[in-house]
Design a protein around this ligand. Structure first.
Ligand code: DLL
Length: 434
């Protein structure tokens, strides 16, 4: 099938053209921020900068970073870049500590965000012939609203389901012949599991593609979801501070997500020193929003650990690709001095045939960190033979040791004992009081 684009002239533009857009838009955006966001102007002044110092992308590195702490300091209106009368909506992060981040949107901001999501849907094969079920949460979370807007732009018949009520989700997928599913990967996996339990084979499920993101998911989990639902599963990335889903999205090559570089400049930095790292090196992803007016963040530190690649992509898109985030600089666990990313644990489990659900419990007993991984058995691999369970637990302990260099306690638990998430899964429970 020929590759389809939502905005071909932008998505396949030459590198020179992309650079020209970025140069021009950055200069304009820095001026916009200087004139409208006193909080950031002060940060620039502290560095002795004025807008005249930023003549293009080459000068980007001179600008100060913004972090989540800045967003909390400036809560709620301190980073607003447009008069409130021009703002039409807010969204907010699901942060569990401190103040939530509140992001503002003008109508134009929403329109450009919808374009980004429409690019993602089109790359996954969606057209106006499709029925798109949006099972991300609607409300303050950006997932529902973003994919809903994108789906309208593509012209799909859009089902604004939101998450939850799994029975009704499945009923609509079947009765309305939904062909595209948008959900968190953990919820998509749960929907797949539930349909399998109902005896539905992939051929009986009308879905053909899924757009899954908002949380880390491994390649193994992708294979698993693709098999159960009989679809192609595409990754999508974004964050509330930068509008929401659609900052980057996967194409038919399914190996990395194209960043919408006409709207966002991506940099990779060393999270410790802030130094900009060259292409291909792993570090923290930093974004500069070029076109957003109500919440125009410059050099925003995402804490997502990632690698960028400018390798040509067979899909024909020319925008830089980011790998799946390999963890967050802040959700990396340090257990007995060893850096552990939950994604590494997931890879071991999935490779060993435990696709369903797991939870990582970290604690500190007698001044020593403990790591326990509770792994749910699927009905297919369920056994109540204690000997068999002990043997499998040992195999998992060995697998985890060779991946992490750490000994974990592994508990295999009966199917459906770990609470399912309809949004982002809670994978880690850190009970340490540090
Ligand atoms: O999760 C926006 C979104 C909605 C993206 C729907 C994709 C689909 P936040 O709630 O602000 O926004 O969380 C942003 O989630 O910094 C990453 O750590 C993580 N994240 C988002 N997409 C992915 C992904 C939305 N595809 C934070 N893979 C980001 C891994 C992701 N992590």
């Amino acid at each position: 099938m020929a590759e389809r684009y939502f905005q071909p002239e932008i998505e396949t533009a030459s590198r020179e053209q992309i650079r020209a857009w970025q140069d021009e838009r950055l200069v304009k955006q820095v001026r916009h921020v200087w004139e409208n966001v006193p909080y950031y102007r002060k940060k620039m002044e502290e560095k002795g900068l004025t807008p005249a110092d930023i003549k293009g992308v080459d000068d980007l590195h001179k600008l100060p970073f913004l972090s989540k702490d800045d967003l909390r300091d400036a809560y709620p209106y301190g980073l607003l870049g447009a008069p409130l009368k021009d703002c039409v909506r807010i969204h907010s992060t699901s942060g569990t500590t401190g103040k939530r981040v509140v992001a503002f949107y003008t109508q134009e901001d929403i329109d450009l965000w919808d374009d980004c999501c429409a690019r993602a849907l089109t790359a996954a094969g969606a057209t106006n012939e499709d029925v798109c079920q949006v099972s991300y949460g609607f409300g303050l979370f950006t997932g529902g609203a973003g994919l809903n807007g994108g789906s309208h732009k593509v012209g799909c018949l859009t089902i604004p389901m939101s998450s939850g009520n799994t029975e009704r989700q499945i009923m609509f997928i079947r009765d309305l012949n939904a062909t595209i599913l948008c959900a968190t990967p953990s919820y998509a996996a749960y929907l797949g599991e539930s349909m399998k339990e109902m005896g539905l084979t992939p051929a009986q499920i009308p879905l053909k593609a899924g757009i899954f993101g908002a949380e880390a998911w491994s390649e193994e989990m992708r294979q698993d979801i693709q098999k159960t639902l009989g679809i192609r599963a595409f990754d999508i990335y974004g964050l509330t501070e930068l509008s929401g889903p659609g900052v980057a999205f996967e194409c038919s090559a399914q190996n990395g997500m194209h960043i919408n570089e006409d709207h966002f400049i991506a940099e990779i930095i060393d999270p410790k020193t802030g130094e900009v790292l060259p292409d291909g090196q792993q570090g923290e992803l930093v974004f500069t929003a070029l076109t957003k007016k109500a919440f125009p963040l410059l050099r925003y530190r995402t804490k997502d650990i990632c690698v960028l690649s400018h390798e040509p992509c067979p899909c024909g898109r020319t925008h830089v690709k980011m790998c799946k985030p390999r963890g967050r600089s802040d959700d990396m666990l340090i257990i007995r001095g060893v850096n552990v990313f939950p994604s590494q644990i997931e890879t071991v489990l999935l490779n060993m045939g435990y696709p369903a659900n797991y939870q990582i419990i970290v604690d500190r007993v007698n001044h020593t960190d403990t790591l326990e991984v509770q792994v749910e058995m699927t009905p297919e691999v369920f056994t109540d033979s204690m000997g068999e369970i002990a043997q499998r637990q040992k195999a998992l302990v060995d697998g985890l040791r060779s991946m992490l260099g750490l000994t974990a306690k592994v508990s295999l638990v009966a199917p459906k004992t770990i609470v399912r998430s309809e949004g982002k899964a809670v994978r880690v429970i850190d009970k340490r009081k540090i």
